[in-house]
Every structure is written in C-alpha cells, then in structure tokens.
Design a binder for this molecule. Structure first.
Ligand code: PAF
Length: 199
C-alpha cells in the first residue's frame, strides 16, 4: 500500500490509476470500515482510503483532541484489506490556510444529529468535497450507520453534478446488536450494556 500525505504527491500517484474508488475515514478503523474497503474493491480498479480527523466537523466542546488516533494499526488493517493507496494528510497539508470557502448544506443539516451538533454537517460536506476534488474518484463509499451523512453527501454530489457514484455500506454490529463505532470506546461498562437497546 502506498501512503501519501500531501496533495501533490497523491495527485501524482493517482495520475496513471484507473477507476478510482474512495473510502474516506477519520481512522481508528473497525470491522465496519474494513467491510467498506472490501466492498470498494468490487466497484473499481484502485481503492483509495483516507485518514483525516477533520477539525471543521467538531464543535468547540466536542472530542477533537481526544478522538482516538491509531495510525500504525489502521495502516496494518488497510494493507490486509487490499487498499492500494492511503491519503493521510496533516492539517497543514489539507488546510494550509483557513478554509473560508465552505459547503453550506440545506435545512437537513440542522435536523436529527445536526440539531445537537451545529456546524457538523457543514464541516463534513466541506472536507468531503475537498477530498473528492483531490482524489477524483468514480465511486465513493460511506457507511449506512451514519445515514444522515450518507443522504446529505449523496444529495450534495447530485446537486453539484459531481461525476461520482455514492454507495452505502451495511452497518456492521457487535454480537449484541450495537453498531460498531470508533466512539464506542468512550462508553463505560454500564453504558456499553445499555447501548444495544438502540438497535
Ligand atoms: O464518517 C466519517 O468518518 C467522517 O464524517 C468523514 C466522512 C470521513 C468526513 O470527515
């Protein structure tokens, strides 16, 4: 697996690649992410993943600083899943200057999860559009676990006429029904017992 941190290096590496399929992530990968990587293989010739914890989609009192970062283990899993290229920029690589031009999604961004996380979907849409411009995939995959995110990104892609097909991946669950999530690690033993009631 090739690993690139800068936009020019990634663009150069992808120049000769055909039918790119893209799976963006924030790292701390679990079986749900890996299922997306394997699913991606069926949609093209080159599977590109990204790992970037995107500050723009975190509120001021959210968990940006403590979000789990497990880069070495993530690379090991991506390699085993057959990913061809990993884009892993630093903040300075992706946002060399303040990102003043942003994508402002319609009212859906203030509903459901958005009601509790003002600005979250604006940050998601902005980084995903930027990553799409850098990677230029034909297909991109997002988990159905974050269904509102999947719908919002699909609508953005259609309305901005991006030549990218958006594919949803099934939710992967623990044996007791809890959807796998990087943030499950925050749960206390008591909360972990209670959480499967959500499913
Ligand atoms: O679902 C995620 O992990 C993130 O919201 C995404 C799509 C990688 C954008 O930062």
């Amino acid at each position: 697996m090739e690993i690139h941190a800068t936009i020019p290096a990634l663009r150069a590496a992808l120049k000769a690649r055909q039918r790119i399929v893209f799976v963006p992530t924030m790292g701390n990968l679990h079986a749900g992410h890996i299922a997306l990587m394997r699913q991606a293989r069926a949609h093209g010739d080159t599977v590109v993943a990204s790992i970037f914890v995107n500050r723009l989609q975190f509120g001021p009192n959210e968990d940006f600083d403590k979000y789990p970062r497990t880069f070495a283990e993530d690379c090991r899993q991506l390699e085993a899943a057959g990913v061809d290229v990993l884009f892993a920029p630093t903040e300075a690589d992706l946002y060399p200057e303040p990102q003043q031009y942003q994508v402002d999604p319609p009212e859906i961004q203030n509903q459901l999860e958005g009601e509790f996380r003002p600005g979250h979907f604006r940050g998601v849409a902005t980084v995903v559009l930027k990553l799409f411009n850098i990677v230029q995939p034909e297909v991109a995959l997002f988990g159905k676990k974050d269904y509102q995110q999947l719908m919002l990104l699909r609508n953005m892609t259609r309305q901005l006429a991006l030549p990218i097909k958006i594919v949803g991946g099934e939710t992967v669950r623990a044996d007791d029904g809890l959807a796998l999530s990087s943030r499950n690690g925050y749960l206390t033993a008591e909360e972990r017992l209670e959480a499967p009631h959500l499913s």
